[in-house]
Design a protein around this ligand. Structure first.
Ligand code: HEM
Length: 166
């Protein structure tokens, strides 16, 4: 086998291997896996390092009706998710919060109760978290901390107490 043949076979073997390695490590799934009822906490621990690009939290008031306009159905608007009244801009994760995506249920609203319960049921995605057990409350607080480290706070939900908007 001469040097040229060796080089040709070498390339033929190495290139597909390189491609597979690249696909395994760097390709991103287009959509989060269809969730069921099992991951009960934020995927990353609360010790997660804060996103260095976060802006100072804003206090802009949003009514429940205003917030509903930011559920991703209008692609010219940001996608917002509220937790315990704080509104996070999750537009950069439109692949999971946009229409038809795994966590769209939480877009354009405060779905604190559902987050605390680890539930993706529409009827649970409401702001009233006063019904949560102590351990569910802990889960909700972990979600709040997870979002705080990842997304900008752009405002607060006004005109409803935690128990009012069901
Ligand atoms: C077998 C069940 C589940 C699986 C395999 C799963 C998988 C995932 C994955 C892979 C992500 C990361 C998505 C990404 O960053 O692209 C994620 C994030 C998330 N999951 Fe789940 N999930 C499941 C169940 C649930 C349930 C029941 C809830 C209800 C509270 C939930 C709420 C969330 C939320 C809020 C995020 C954060 C998305 C973000 O802002 O990055 N998941 N999940």
């Amino acid at each position: 086998m001469n040097a040229q043949t060796l080089a040709t076979y070498g390339f033929a073997l190495v290139l597909p291997l390189l491609y597979l390695t690249y696909r395994l490590h760097f390709s991103k799934p287009k959509q989060a896996p269809a969730p069921t009822e099992s991951h009960t906490k934020p995927l990353k621990p609360i010790m997660q390092a804060p996103n260095a690009d976060l802006l100072p939290p804003k206090n802009d008031p949003y009514t429940v009706d205003e917030l509903a306009k930011y559920d991703g159905s209008d692609s010219s608007k940001p996608i917002l998710v509220a937790i315990k009244g704080d509104i996070f801009d999750v537009t950069k994760k439109s692949d999971v919060y946009g229409p038809g995506r795994s966590y769209h249920i939480f877009a354009g609203k405060d779905g604190s109760r559902g987050l605390g319960m680890s539930s993706l049921k529409t009827e649970h995605a409401v702001s009233d978290y006063t019904t949560l057990t102590e351990s569910e409350m802990k889960v909700l607080d972990e979600w709040h901390s997870f979002f705080s480290k990842r997304y900008n706070i752009v405002g607060k939900v006004v005109g409803s107490s935690p128990a009012a908007n069901m």
